[in-house]
Design a protein around this ligand. Sequence first.
Ligand code: SF4
Ligand code: MG
Length: 330
Amino acid sequence: ETPFLELRNVTKTYKIKQGLFGETKSLNALKDLSLKLSKGDVLGLVGESGCGKSTLAKILLGLEAPTSGKVLVDGTPIGGHDRLALARRIQPIFQDPYSSLNPRKTIQDLIALPLRVHKVGDEASRTKAVREILDVVGLPSRVLTNYPSQMSGGQRQRVAIARALVMRPQIVICDEPTSALDVSVQSQILNLLGDLRQEFGLTYLFISHDLAVVEHLATQVAVMYLGRIVEETDAAALFDNARHPYSQALLKSVLTPDPAMEVPDTQLGMAYPNPIDPPSGCHFHPRCPQATALCKTQTPRPITDTQGLVECHLHDPKADMAQTAQEALT
Ligand code: SF4
Ligand code: MG
């Protein structure tokens, strides 16, 4: 079966100039990354700030082009689809709707905007569609004349969800959809997204730095580190038996009661590396409790087996970790 969305060997490189007269350096936001999203999937994409997950979302939405590699929608390159067809297929929901909703527009206008942009229906049918979708996301019709500033954070996120769904898309790309919300409101929005998935048969790519949020909804999980997917598997398998040391550390951080702690420093001992200047060998080695000498010099290769994908020498039958551990001691 053809995946709805696919990234094939995608690399995205940004040129970063350091200082006014500084040298230009390359930042590989995504490195030879492949990913498939099939009908009915809820793929949770997890990683810390700077891992490339928002870049990945923008590329899947056609908002940015990869430096190399392919983006396929229903098996054909994203560039070959017309804009309306794509908008009907894929819609985004971003973090912090306050910054993505124009403060000078009413809720009616904000939700109708994608319909108007893509010239879907006439004014009367658009008004009807807006009322229907408002009800679906659990907002009363009296808010239609409100402005975003008159709404709570949770209500604004419902408006953003309504605006995405008014196009009746099949795929929704959620980038940190609950990160700006209070914990109690977070779970209401997650429940809503779960209900909408059932009601409309949606497929989600669900991006978050927080595994606990992903656990709510995801059927599969992909863990990202410095522009690579280092582990990908069924959600149940990840939560029962994470294999990559980084996934294991993220899982431990879920159990840490401090919600402000995005980086699991207590497990990893040091901060996330600068993507402009990534560590040698396995990029995770300076933070990895199981690293050996091999990890400092050699990049692990992706291993695919019945549990999914993992990119770590520990799970590569050809990498002799025992031997290199010995060498590290001598
Ligand atoms: Fe840790 Fe080495 Fe595996 Fe990288 S390859 S995650 S450093 S054990
Ligand atoms: Mg981000």
